[in-house]
Write a protein that binds this ligand. Sequence first.
Ligand code: SF4
Ligand code: SF4
Length: 141
Amino acid sequence: MFQILKNFFIGLGNIFRKPRTVVYPREKIIIPEKSRGVLHLKLDLDSLDVICNGCGNCQKACPENCIVIKKKVKDDGKENLDQFFLDFGRCIFCGKCVEACELGAIDMSYRYQLADFNRKNLVMEKVDLIKPSGTLRDFWK
Ligand code: SF4
Ligand code: SF4
């Protein structure tokens, strides 16, 4: 009898409880902190350019060979980053590239939706990887 009453009140309580699921894709969730979302390139807030200098450490550390970096030589003879490609069709979100970056120029964001009909669209270039949507936790609000 006690168990029946207990279950009754649990059921009653659930009627008034906020649903734990969302109507996806109409509603989006905020993924927890430290989640491994889509990688993004961080910006230097003074120059508004990417922090990445094209050193290639992340490219070497990547076990899936997802990263391709192209460098250019500046007027002063120094090399810096020209293009940065990341193939999310191959990425396993291991985070090795983030660990390998001494400048903290690459990080995992709170963005998690990547599905696409065309695999080519999963290859993102520098301009895609610096989009603010990748850096703002409240992007989906
Ligand atoms: S998260 Fe892992 S697999 Fe993806 S690009 Fe970085 S190192 Fe490569
Ligand atoms: S993201 Fe970091 S490790 Fe990768 S090329 Fe840029 S500076 Fe080097």
